[in-house]
Design a protein around this ligand. Structure first.
Ligand SMILES: CC(C)(COP(=O)(O)OP(=O)(O)OC[C@H]1O[C@@H](n2cnc3c(N)ncnc32)[C@H](O)[C@@H]1OP(=O)(O)O)[C@@H](O)C(=O)NCCC(=O)NCCS
Length: 344
């Protein structure tokens, strides 16, 4: 779509021309006539900073998530002009931004935010269109994944129009102080151990097996290979993007005598006193026997003893078994958001 920015120094002739053009435009485009989209690498931290702070407030207030660590990371990349994406400028001020990262053949839309002080829908749509145009122009780009918290306004129609397949994801929260502690029962001859780094490889294998033909493997293709699952694990355990990993509230279930895993639950701290389950899975032949429930209860109890007050997680709405398990444990859905995959 052409850039609709018309400089104000057009003079009288320009104003007449502008109003003539405006009269021909659809309503939503008229509202964004002074908007300009620029490459994120041309923007400065100072320009984007107010938006980042607004966004962090949404994460804190609505998801009980301290986004400041992620924000500092974004700022560092912005400073180095190394973050790919787009910024929407309205009369010179940033009103929205979105960014993506590249991982081999895949582009990951890492975030999109549009200030609620503006009409979010049309601005978000323009940001997505411009960003996807540049992403698809990259020769290695075979797949694009997007998981967007809806702080930037509605994105579903814009993603669908761009050929994405959409899935609803739920952000769920458990009040650890309200739920009474229950002793999990694991009577299956299996051993329950705290996380240890020697479980990286066995846990990658477990994830690969547990998500075979699973809806989450469609949303995140890392689950579809052992190597991808190992990358996913290293991201959540070693890097700060999804909070600070908590080994003392992360557990594995295994047969005594070897390191092959039957189940695992991994937890991070995403704000003071707030834990987040970054992974829970049970090997297919062992599902439906109470192990998933026992792992979740073990992690919740460990968090309680560390004086955590809440535990959150995200789940795909179509994953009925998992949603049922979390609801039975007392989790409630506090936000829904969209995960999109291109091509369909
Ligand atoms: C989700 C998962 C961890 C649950 O572990 P599990 O050991 O199978 O679950 P449990 O046996 O503890 O069952 C928990 C509840 O789900 C129900 N359940 C288990 N399997 C089910 C199935 N196939 N269909 C419907 N309900 C099922 C159980 O009846 C139980 O409910 P109840 O307490 O009301 O009886 C496991 O199925 C799994 O690894 N799935 C693949 C990976 C995944 O989806 N992870 C979660 C991502 S958010």
């Amino acid at each position: 779509m052409p850039n609709l920015y018309l400089p104000s120094s057009f003079g009288l002739g320009g104003e007449l021309l502008e109003s003539a053009i405006m009269a021909l435009l659809p309503e939503d485009l008229r509202n964004i006539r002074s908007m300009n989209i620029i490459d994120l690498r041309q923007a400065t931290v100072r320009q984007i900073e107010p938006l980042l702070h607004e966004e962090a407030n949404h994460w804190r207030d609505e998801l009980h998530w301290d986004y400041r660590g992620a924000l500092e990371l974004i700022k560092r990349f912005l400073d180095a002009h190394a973050l790919s994406g787009c910024v929407a400028l309205e009369n010179g001020s940033a009103v929205g931004y979105s960014f993506y990262v590249l991982e081999d053949h895949k582009g990951l839309i890492g975030g999109m935010y549009v200030t609620p002080k503006q009409e979010q829908g049309p601005i978000g749509k323009r940001l997505l269109e411009e960003m996807l145009f540049s992403m698809r122009a990259l020769p290695q780009m075979q797949r694009i994944e997007a998981q967007l918290m809806p702080f930037g306004g509605p994105v579903d129609d814009a993603l669908r129009a761009q050929g994405f397949r959409l899935h609803t994801r739920q952000f769920m929260l458990l009040d650890l102080e309200k739920q009474t502690e229950r002793g999990p029962s694991i009577n299956s001859g299996l051993r329950l151990d705290r996380w240890n780094d020697r479980y990286f490889e066995p846990c990658a294998k477990l994830i690969y097996l547990a998500y075979a033909n699973h809806i989450d493997g469609e949303i995140n293709d890392q689950y579809r290979s052992r190597n991808g699952a190992l990358k996913f694990l290293k991201n959540i355990i070693l890097l700060p993007g999804c909070g600070q990993f908590q080994p003392s509230a992360s557990f594995v279930l295994r047969h005594p005598g070897n390191d092959e895993l039957v189940g695992a639950v991994l937890t991070s701290e995403v704000a003071e006193g707030v834990g987040h389950t970054t992974q829970i899975c049970v090997q297919p032949g062992f599902q439906g026997h109470g192990l998933g429930r026992a792992l979740m209860e073990t992690a919740a109890n460990a968090l309680r003893s560390l004086h955590f007050k809440e535990l959150s997680l995200t789940v795909t709405a179509e994953n009925h078994t998992a949603v049922h398990l979390y609801e039975r444990l007392g989790f409630t859905t506090i936000k829904s958001f969209t995960a999109g995959v291109w091509p369909r």
